[in-house]
Design a protein around this ligand. Structure first.
Ligand code: ZN
Ligand code: ZN
Length: 317
């Protein structure tokens, strides 16, 4: 649900009440906010402050990760929809064709999903959201559902790394899309929180960078069979044949499961990106795979390694 005055997500999470502040002086001086999208932006940034507080704790525990993910999802929903509201309030309805202003004002409507918001932002508003950013948002939505129903069953490091990607995207989205259109008073009112979020993001990125640097030694010599991990999305998954292990998040993925991930991630319009291997005969080749060496090539997970491109004479369907 999204209303002009209040934009709590459907799940009912609200930012910590301890963080509700009194209205800053400059905001009073600037007069009442005159834009529909300002309260959601402020609310979204408030969620992000909670996210970085949870992710940059000295010891990130499962509870911290849980709240980081829940609040990150709430922030994504509020911020993406704020841009839709700026375009036209009917765009946050599940079915804009049946939208009414009365329902919008009274917040009695079913709003669109985050995935649908991404599509509308791209197609109607013309906002650039990359495929990688969309994938990170989808992965976050899955983490959030899993956490709500089962608690943290996934590997905490992978969830944390994925949360870092969405946080990075939302800060860019605020900087490029939302903040430039706020009035001076409005921008000033969220500035302190934005500074805190930016510092937090740098902290999360530093943590990831440092961890990757530590792993560089362990990965040395294995680059030609190291690919991106489907869990944490880092270039740290070492293919060992039947099993694939991620040194960043610790995930162990069988080659069979890997094929399922790849199949599910195949772009719909291009057909499957899985092929059979001329070397070992198994259907375990992912076409156009990015390797830790920096090359792209067809890659067989079963007899782990890249294939020379000429090995697969292929008519793409
Ligand atoms: Zn991983
Ligand atoms: Zn093979």
């Amino acid at each position: 649900m999204l209303t002009p005055d209040q934009s709590a997500p459907q799940s009912g999470e609200t930012p910590d009440t301890s963080r509700q502040r009194k209205i800053p002086l400059d905001e009073l001086l600037a007069g009442p906010p005159d834009q529909l999208d300002y309260p959601p932006v402020r609310n979204g940034v408030d969620y992000l402050v909670s996210v970085v507080d949870h992710l940059t704790n000295d010891r990130v525990d499962p509870r911290g990760i849980k709240y980081a993910v829940l609040h990150l999802q709430a922030a994504a929903e509020v911020l993406l929809k704020a841009r839709l509201v700026r375009e036209h309030w009917s765009l946050v309805f599940e079915d804009p064709g049946r939208a009414s202003e009365r329902d919008f004002r009274s917040a009695s409507f079913k709003s669109c999903t985050i995935g649908e918001a991404v599509t509308r932002l791209r197609n109607i508003v013309g906002v650039t959201i990359t495929d990688a950013e969309e994938r990170a948002l989808n992965a976050l939505a899955r983490d959030r559902n899993a956490l709500q129903h089962y608690g943290l069953t996934h590997n905490a490091r992978a969830v944390e790394a994925r949360a870092g990607s969405v946080l990075d995207f939302l800060v860019r989205f605020l900087d490029d899309v939302l903040l430039p259109k706020l009035t001076f008073g409005e921008a000033l009112a969220v500035q302190t929180d934005m500074d805190r979020v930016r510092d937090g993001l740098t902290g999360v990125q530093t943590y990831i960078t440092q961890r990757l640097r530590r792993l560089r030694g362990e990965l040395r010599g294995l680059e030609d069979r190291t690919v991106a991990c489907p869990h944490c999305e880092q270039m740290t998954l070492v293919a060992e044949g039947r099993m694939n292990r991620c040194l960043f998040c610790g995930a162990a993925v069988t080659t069979k499961d890997m094929m399922v991930y790849i199949f599910l991630g195949s772009p719909e319009e291009d057909g499957s990106i899985i092929d059979s291997c001329p070397r070992c005969g198994q259907d375990t080749v992912m076409l156009d795979t990015e390797l830790a060496t920096g090359d792209r090539a067809p890659f067989c997970f079963n007899c782990p390694g890249a294939l020379p491109p000429a090995d697969i004479p292929r008519e793409r369907p």
